[in-house]
Design a protein around this ligand. Sequence first.
Ligand code: 5GP
Length: 232
Amino acid sequence: MEVIIEGKVKTVYQGDDSQQVIIEYHDKVTAGNGEKEDHPLGKGSLCCSISALIFEKLAKELIPTHYINMVGANKMICKKVDIVPLEVICRNRAAGSIVRETTLNEGQPLPQPIVEFFLKDDSKHDPLLTPDRVRLMGYDPKPFIEMTLRINDILRSLFYILGIDLVDFKVEYGYDAHGDLYLADEISPDSMRLWKIGGEERFDKDLFRKDEGDIVPAYRQILDKLQPLAVT
Ligand code: 5GP
């Protein structure tokens, strides 16, 4: 298969149809801009299956996503889109970079969800962007903010039912050949913070980032909890 993009933990191949790609999720996890790396067995298929379930759930709520279907355990066929070089982050509570870079405390609830933009460029260490900078890069922030807040509402309710607090998450978007906007990339515990409601348990990549536990059993718990809610 022709490789289109070799990412840190995924490879994107050209699909048989020129308007489709195949995304392969590897048994690999990285942190700190690739400085830390591990190869946990089964992680690729867990992230692929969780992403697929979440994309299906969002599609049912009329969010346009690039996801078409899964092929095998760790690959999905997706619509080909031009990825916007922005990491769009939504936060419900303070954690991670917002705690490091502001006076907010870890776990502090935000009065309302916020959406932030980061440049998707590892060589520049993904800096935080202002809305003006996003506009200067040629993108109107409004549709990204609106769609991300809708996704947040859907996912927050979904995880709440499962006893999990959606602290924050990162999404990426792309445009198809007609200029229509689609949710792209992945949504998995690699790109979210998931905290047990009323407990200390964590189910996301922070376990790896902070050396606090194994991600595979944690991600498996998320898949097991999501599976009964799968769209039929
Ligand atoms: P933070 O800004 O606190 O580092 O990240 C906020 C949220 O976005 C977290 O859930 C984190 O996992 C996710 N996130 C931020 N940057 C990246 C990234 O480059 N890759 C992935 N997979 N997730 C990211």
